[in-house]
Design a protein around this ligand. Structure first.
Ligand code: ATP
Length: 354
């Protein structure tokens, strides 16, 4: 079973620059948590603080309740994978994977058994005798992943392990890492700047910006109910519609768009003031040729056929441009640029940003 990790008010400075700013994060035993954020947001810094490559300047990190600041890297016993595979070039695949066991003084027989089992988990059984230089990038990263889990660590840290690989390979190794996590039950902390990777892999995502955690939630909550414009814009494509609050009705607000149309939208309790921004994801917008009771007229700006989906941009009378994505279904025709369409969305398809 994996370890529980508590990160409490952790701060890291490089001179006057604050790379991690009073970060708090509780990770449950066996959870798969992803740190997601743009370049420079502090993801690697936080992972390095946890690994012990760097020392915290303030706050505390506890693993299973015990502070680890003074525990050296090798005694933390975490599995680690980096973007560069960092394999030993002069060792075979089996020797690379068995290296941590040799360092720990585990008997040859036990080590061989565990290495064989771990190679099997990563579909590497046939490659045990190969040298890293004989393998593709994806296979080398599989070896590095196998090496990180051979000791069945309670915590596995992965820093952008798939970013050097092409998309198809990345997607297949994503699934392998997910399965591996389920099989060994360790706690995984995974760093990426790729939002779709974070959405597919994680139990929870911590979105970071400028050294802080902005939101920690399950993937669907991050996508459907982002806490602010930054998260909405960083995870997925978003339409941000300005609106004025008319009144509150329980958990929803009655709102008026700049074009004067009324609609209802769920909103977090803390929303206040007069004007708000409403997020509606492109796949939630509906286009129609005929006006409806709750629809807003718009002009088609562009329309693209992308295979399984159509990507259409429309402009409202207010000047706001909305992106619409709809699946290519039977009878669906691509609207002509310049033509008039009617845009609508269901009440539960909007989300008022706080
Ligand atoms: P990336 O996705 O590009 O790896 P990141 O989110 O992992 O980004 P970090 O590597 O944690 O970001 O860096 C956070 C900030 O701290 C960056 O602005 C970086 O320039 C700065 N930084 C990181 N390491 C050092 C260092 N050793 N000395 C000075 N500044 C550093």
């Amino acid at each position: 079973m994996g370890s529980g990790i508590t990160i409490e008010n952790v701060t890291k400075r490089y001179g006057a620059f604050v790379a991690a700013d009073r970060i708090c994060l509780d990770i449950q035993p066996g959870e798969f948590v992803t740190l997601l954020g743009p370049s420079g947001s502090g993801k690697t810094t936080l992972l390095n603080l946890l690994a012990g490559f760097q020392r915290v300047d303030g706050g505390e990190i506890r693993v299973d309740g015990k502070p680890i600041q003074n525990v050296p890297v090798h005694k933390r016993g975490f599995g680690m994978v980096f973007q560069s595979y960092a394999l030993f070039p002069n060792m075979t695949v089996a020797q690379n994977v068995g290296f941590p066991m040799r360092m720990a003084g585990i008997s040859r027989a036990d080590s061989d058994r565990r290495v064989a089992e771990t190679l099997g988990m990563m579909q590497l059984s046939d490659s045990a005798a190969k040298m890293p230089s004989e393998m593709s990038g994806g296979q080398q990263q599989r070896v590095a992943i196998a090496r990180s889990i051979v000791m069945r660590p309670k915590v596995v840290l992965m820093d952008e392990p798939l970013s050097a690989l092409d998309r198809r390979l990345r997607e297949s190794i994503q699934m392998e890492i997910r399965d591996l996590h389920r099989t060994i039950g360790s706690t995984f902390l995974f760093v990426t700047h790729d939002q779709s990777e974070a959405l597919t892999m994680s139990d929870r995502i911590a979105v970071m910006d400028a050294g802080r955690i902005i939101q920690v939630d399950r993937p669907e909550t991050i996508y459907r109910q982002p806490c602010n414009r930054f998260v909405a814009g960083f995870v997925g494509e978003s339409n941000l519609i300005d609106a004025e609050i008319v009144r509150r009705e329980g958990a929803a607000l009655v709102l008026r768009t700049k074009t004067g149309h009324l609609f209802r939208s769920p909103a977090p309790d803390e929303v206040s003031g007069r004007n708000v921004t409403v997020l509606v994801r492109p796949e939630r917008l509906i286009l129609s040729d005929v006006p409806g009771q709750e629809s807003i007229p718009a002009r088609v700006k562009s329309a693209l056929f992308l295979g399984e989906i159509l990507r259409i941009e429309v402009t409202l009378d207010s000047g706001e441009t909305l992106l619409v994505r709809c699946s290519d279904s039977a009878g669906q025709t691509l609207p002509t640029p310049g033509s008039t369409v009617h845009v609508s969305w269901g009440m539960s398809d909007g989300w008022v940003l706080a």
